[in-house]
Design a protein around this ligand. Structure first.
Ligand code: NOJ
Ligand code: MG
Length: 554
């Protein structure tokens, strides 16, 4: 393993690096394109590592770059041990990991165990061998129901729309068995009762661990085990793509045995290799089960991501989250955006971009003051909004096409990043006027890294400052609890203590300035909006509308 060597010194030493790590999600198609084909690639990521180091993140999570027909942006993997030529080579991945380590950053990669691509050799062989082949036991093949087997084996619905089953054609051309795909038909679900599947994934984990990765983000971690007998749902409405409904194919107790075995595999490697679960569950208590001491290290807190911009609701949610994770002695893993959801600068105030951005800036300070780890999604540090006017003909999200546009909102958060310049692709690719796989809005010239660098009012400089303070202040980062402060209605405030002093974070989620007692706050460290004014007579502080601040308190 190549150990990180030049990590900037911290003022405090957390017990484990991941307990308070700020991890930056790279969606490689849209990050940086080194060869000008319009699609981001690993060499592009590698060329921008200095930017991420200067931003101040501890690690990167890179979404899938494996060999894939790209039916679902690479979450349809045809070869788990190879890099798709559009992204580069395994050598590029190795070089990227080595460079990131040399800059003091760790690297997490995606593992996609719930399903593979329909072009994966296992699926092709299983299709070829026909019904009754033992190779079909690696998937969920079933005869159809009804006369001639014309009806799907059960009533499950694909998360991308339509039935979760597709009928195959036998080698002699007649209609054959059906196979299960919770996502697109090009993503057949693997059967985790099969020891071949279990063994294969252990080998895949080892392949990337041996190459030096520091961990894995587990795609659809809650989906691997299906209820025995694949019972009908009994209802037919479309399920939300990332919903929390109780269904016989999500959050089954059997998944935990898999993660216990993965944990012991990770423990065999030096240097604290970790795994983070993408598990959409119905409650935080259920999420906490994924991070019990002998299971995974982290699980995204999607309830936080989905919470409305409201002080009382946020406080309740944060308190419940901390409590649920404390019960299993795990940190909470906060996130506001990823490649599947509407960017939070838009989500927090749909139809009002200025307000959305104002709240997004405040939310960043809130999240980065909370105890635990935080995941950033590329572009949030630039305040990028969701792109809502992408022409239908260039959209690539399979959910858009399968659900007749109803559920396909994901291209709008995947638009390539603006780095520099005044014309598309804004430094995303090497050639001015060159291609980008999705069109970038012209206003993004003003949001580029170049345009924001050095502007103290920019979102980018706010993130840089916040990460700098967080990295050096022992009161921020790791922890299991906060001390809540009741300052005023509509204000969420808490204090975090350390032996070297305390930090107070206060967030005004209302649309009006709110007056709060200044002696509770202390000296301002950082503010998401205009500097809060201090009243000369009383010392009260006026928190601007929809804003947050950090104060050094005694
Ligand atoms: C969750 C991933 O984040 C999403 O992008 C993908 O479409 C599904 N899992 C299926 O792999
Ligand atoms: Mg490229």
């Amino acid at each position: 393993m190549i150990a990180p060597t030049t990590a900037p010194a911290r003022a405090h030493t957390p017990p484990d690096w991941w307990q308070d790590a700020v991890i930056y999600q790279v969606y490689p198609r849209s990050f940086a394109d080194s060869d000008g084909d319009g699609c981001g690639d690993l060499a592009g990521v590698r060329s921008r590592l200095g930017y991420l180091r200067d931003l101040g993140v501890d690690a990167l999570w890179i979404s899938p770059f494996y060999t894939s027909p790209q039916a679902d942006g690479g979450y349809d993997v045809a070869d788990y041990r190879a890099v798709d030529p559009v992204y580069g080579t395994v050598g590029d991945a190795e070089a990227l990991i080595a460079d990131a380590h040399a800059l003091g950053m760790r690297v997490i990669v995606d593992v996609v165990p719930n399903h593979c691509s329909d072009r994966h050799p296992w699926f092709l062989q299983a299709l070829h061998e026909g019904a009754g082949s033992p190779l079909r036991a690696r998937f969920h093949f079933r005869p159809g129901r009804g006369p001639g087997g014309e009806e799907p084996p059960n009533d499950w619905i694909s998360l991308f729309g339509g039935s979760a089953w597709t009928r195959t054609t036998d080698p002699d051309g007649t209609p054959g068995e059906w196979y299960l795909h919770l996502f697109a038909p090009q993503q057949p679900d693997l059967n985790w009762d099969s020891t071949a599947v279990q063994d294969e994934f252990r080998c895949i984990l080892r392949f990337w661990l041996d190459l030096g990765v520091d961990g894995f983000r587990i795609d659809v971690a809650h989906g691997l085990v299906k209820a025995p007998g694949l019972p009908d749902l009994g209802r037919y409405e479309q399920l939300d793509l990332l919903g929390e409904q109780l269904v016989p194919y999500f959050d089954q107790d059997g998944v935990h045995e898999i993660y216990r075995s993965w944990r012991s595999l990770l423990e065999e490697y030096p240097g604290q290799r970790i795994a983070v679960a993408e598990a959409w569950t119905r409650s935080l208590d259920r999420t906490a089960r994924y991070v019990r001491p002998d299971e995974l290290h982290q699980a995204f807190n999607f309830k936080f991501l989905n919470a409305p911009w409201d002080a009382a609701r946020l406080r309740e949610l944060i308190a419940t989250s901390l409590e649920a994770m404390r019960a299993v002695d795990a940190p909470t893993t906060w996130t506001l955006s990823n490649h599947d959801v509407i960017r939070h600068a838009t989500r927090y105030a749909e139809g009002d971009p200025a307000l959305g951005l104002r709240r997004a800036r405040a939310a960043a300070l809130l999240m980065l003051a909370l105890p635990g780890s935080a995941y950033l999604y590329q572009g949030e540090e630039l305040g990028l909004p969701e792109v809502t006017d992408i022409p239908d003909e260039v959209r690539q999200d399979p959910a858009f096409h399968r659900a007749d546009g109803g559920n396909g909102m994901r291209d709008g958060c995947r638009v390539p990043l603006p780095w520099s310049g005044t014309g598309a692709p804004y430094g995303f690719g090497p050639v001015p006027g060159g291609p980008a796989w999705l069109p970038q809005p012209p206003e993004w010239a003003g949001l580029s890294v170049e345009a924001q660098t050095g502007d103290p009012r920019s979102v980018l400089e706010l993130y840089r400052s916040a990460l700098r303070v967080r990295r050096t202040d022992p009161a921020l980062g790791a922890g299991r609890s906060v001390e809540w402060l009741d300052l005023a209605p509509g204000v969420l405030a808490f204090r975090r203590d350390s032996d070297q002093g305390a930090v107070v974070c206060a967030v005004n989620t209302t649309g009006e300035p709110v007056r709060v007692p200044g002696d509770v706050l202390g000296t301002l460290l950082l503010a998401s909006a205009d500097e809060p004014q201090v009243a000369q007579d009383s010392g009260d502080v006026l928190l601007p509308a929809d804003s947050a601040g950090w104060w050094r308190s005694s």
